[in-house]
Ligand binder design. Sequence first.
Ligand code: 6PG
Length: 253
Amino acid sequence: MVERDYVVLEDIALQGGGLIARSLGEIVRSRGVASFVLTGGGTPLALYRAMSGPRYASEVPWQRIHFFWGDERLVPPDDSGSNYRAAWESLLSVVPVPPENIHRIKGELTAAAAVADYTEQLRVWAAAHDPGAPNSWPRFDIVLLGLGEDGHTASLFPGSPVETAAPVIAVTADYQGRPAGRVTLTPPILNDARQVIFLVAGATKAEAVYNTFVNDDPVRFPARRIRVSDAPEPLWLLDEGAAERLESAGPAR
Ligand code: 6PG
């Protein structure tokens, strides 16, 4: 029996992009501002492009949305491995987001300096826009997360320490030849989010998705560290490939 909320989407980019675009619009209408944490990697790029396309772009109050990253590689912002660059090219350079609404992790700095800088950015933003937040960081409205074939999410990798009090840490991890030096948000800040959405596509992820759903070992399956407090359970948006093992395991609960 699989006990987590997931949805299988035929067109995960278009449908996922629409869901997030509509949610952001609702959040801004009710609270005047929205904070959206972007994930890195390749999966979200088609979704970002869908959000910037004619179908949704006019629906979203871009001027009232603030963009953050769940993790970043320690490379300059114009590097081909930069999560910021990927989001800039597929979304942020296309839609009318004010530059002051873009809060990137400065991958060009040393690990320690990038962690300190981003931690301070989060503290300042929360003080100005999320004064009711229980900690010195925002309660993000939407956090988008991916999943690696090894089960990592953001830059929380299998076997990494589960417990950390810091909202932002530096890690080193080898994955598919991507830059190893990284800065990542951690469960304490991710679990303060108002909504976490996992976006996973492709049959190569089916095993990692299934194992994450059926194993509650947060050390081996870091996505299990994401247990948002007083907010809806994380929503998993999957395409048919990524859901293959789950669907053959029987109906979700
Ligand atoms: C990163 C991402 C990472 C990503 C997964 C999946 O910096 O690489 O934040 O957590 O979401 O590795 O990546 P793909 O979408 O490319 O499979």
